[in-house]
Design a protein around this ligand. Sequence first.
Ligand SMILES: *[C@@H]1O[C@H](CO)[C@@H](O)[C@H](O)[C@H]1NC(C)=O
Ligand SMILES: *[C@@H]1O[C@H](CO)[C@@H](O)[C@H](O)[C@H]1NC(C)=O
Ligand SMILES: *[C@@H]1O[C@H](CO)[C@@H](O)[C@H](O)[C@H]1NC(C)=O
Ligand SMILES: *[C@@H]1O[C@H](CO)[C@@H](O)[C@H](O)[C@H]1NC(C)=O
Ligand SMILES: *[C@@H]1O[C@H](CO)[C@@H](O)[C@H](O)[C@H]1NC(C)=O
Ligand SMILES: *[C@@H]1O[C@H](CO)[C@@H](O)[C@H](O)[C@H]1NC(C)=O
Ligand SMILES: *[C@@H]1O[C@H](CO)[C@@H](O)[C@H](O)[C@H]1NC(C)=O
Length: 490
Amino acid sequence: MIRLFAVASVLGTIAAKLTVQSADLVIRNGSIYTIDRVSTKAGALAVKNGIISFVGSNEGVAPYVGNETKVVDLHGRAAIPGLVDSHMHTLSGGLFLLKCDLNYQPLDLNAVLQHIQRCIDDETGKSDTDWVDVVNLDFPSLVTRSGSVGKVQLDKLNTSRPLSIRSSDYHTVLVNSRALELSDITASTPDPPNGKIERLPGSKEPSGVLQDQASGLLSGPPPPNEEQQVEAGRAALKALRQAGITTFQEAAAGADAQKTYKTIQTEGGLSSRGWFDYRIEAPPSLDGVPKLVSNAAALIKSLNDNSTIGPAPALKWQAIKAFVDGVITYPANTAALIDPYWSPVNGTNETVWRPDNSTLNKPYWSVEILARTLEGLFLQGIDAQLHVDGDLAVRIGLDAAAAFKKKYPDRKFKLGLAHDELSHQDDWARFAELEVDPIMSFQWSQLSSFYIPSTFQSLAEYRKRNLQAYAQIEKAGRPITYGSDWPVRR
Ligand SMILES: *[C@@H]1O[C@H](CO)[C@@H](O)[C@H](O)[C@H]1NC(C)=O
Ligand SMILES: *[C@@H]1O[C@H](CO)[C@@H](O)[C@H](O)[C@H]1NC(C)=O
Ligand SMILES: *[C@@H]1O[C@H](CO)[C@@H](O)[C@H](O)[C@H]1NC(C)=O
Ligand SMILES: *[C@@H]1O[C@H](CO)[C@@H](O)[C@H](O)[C@H]1NC(C)=O
Ligand SMILES: *[C@@H]1O[C@H](CO)[C@@H](O)[C@H](O)[C@H]1NC(C)=O
Ligand SMILES: *[C@@H]1O[C@H](CO)[C@@H](O)[C@H](O)[C@H]1NC(C)=O
Ligand SMILES: *[C@@H]1O[C@H](CO)[C@@H](O)[C@H](O)[C@H]1NC(C)=O
């Protein structure tokens, strides 16, 4: 047996020498993770024209080394396939790399103001209508360390410019008085749909804290121009390369993302495969669904690169993105929950947290409108990714999938439910039953300032085991799909 094998092996090597094309790239002397069914590791691999032409031993790869082959000796180190990140905001991430960046640090008010003042002082030649655009604030840390923060505190900065600070969870924006003034947001401005203008205690005067869609009322900062968008895309792709991410799903794309990435693709810089989820908003009633579906489907189809997937990265459009709620984190508490959040109440000696019915937020989509919209899209072969952070939003997403499955038992559809930070135990097995993909960010199970102490208190002890329940969802039969949500961080 052994001899026969040896002979066959020698013949095989000779045959290989006669027939193989020399590779463009050979990686050898490594521990290469192949992700086959049993996670085989190989020592070497060869690549020709962007396609892997050999996986095996260091000896086996030898015939693939020609005089023009680039050979990389791993010296025993690991190589893994490119990573797929199914939930990112690459253009925001890239833009943030180019702005006044608080970099997710847990800071108190003083440190925040100091950092921003440095950004302001570094930017010369600006007028009192040029916005100061600050990103990646660790908002819960700031509130925990320094109490509530709004325009009163931000107005202490030495600037006459309008200022906005975006929280790194992306749901809260802090602004100064100049920003409110320029945007004409006053005591008589009502809360917009799906948003909240926070007010100073005992008054209607805006406090400078804007939740969710309320930040849409701001007249600035101006959106990036085309050149800045392209610069952001390049910065993002560089960050992705450094992290080994070779496929990204842009989790809330506007049609302009196509133009940006097309420019980068044309200049030869598209180093990762892009999949874009076109963002849609809920229509006010069921009557608005057909138009929403036909417009979204037409746009998605017009942007999609229909070519077969090959070695070169392409720009694919075949899904929508919709936000069913906000976030569970305190003090935003904008995610839709089955039971109310608990809010702090001043007791005689200490603050106590109690269920607070005023926190029962309406989800941004009703089950009926969502189900009808998804039905229209699924029937046209368009997939969906939904933002669902609270347990009620998760349930609404699953209910919409169930409605489709009941009506069309034999039709395949692809639905991803992103975040699922709080999920009800009765819903864990439904992901597997309905073949719906949970898209989750494992790093959010760190005990960061976004959760400790206040978010945990506002969810109460009894819901702790329902937080970030990826193990339970997987145990119930549906594997988790990872999405980092970069640059959003908690
Ligand atoms: C590689 O080898 C081929 C054939 O043996 C030869 O024609 C070619 O010039 C070589 N290229 C280099 C860069 O040495
Ligand atoms: C393979 O890697 C090991 C570990 O670094 C090194 O000692 C050895 O020289 C390498 N072998 C070859 C053939 O390059
Ligand atoms: C405020 O900034 C201006 C420059 O914009 C500077 O001249 C002035 O000294 C600063 N004031 C304080 C109190 O730092
Ligand atoms: C992809 O195919 C659809 C329908 O077959 C077509 O309408 C659309 O224009 C194509 N898109 C591109 C980018 O070629
Ligand atoms: C609760 O107490 C804090 C000081 O401990 C005070 O700032 C706050 O206004 C009080 N809130 C209410 C609703 O009484
Ligand atoms: C408040 O503090 C006092 C003195 O420490 C204590 O006797 C009392 O039981 C406390 N009340 C509550 C409601 O915890
Ligand atoms: C909150 O709402 C629930 C359900 O509607 C009700 O049973 C409960 O009494 C309410 N609690 C308060 C404090 O109003």
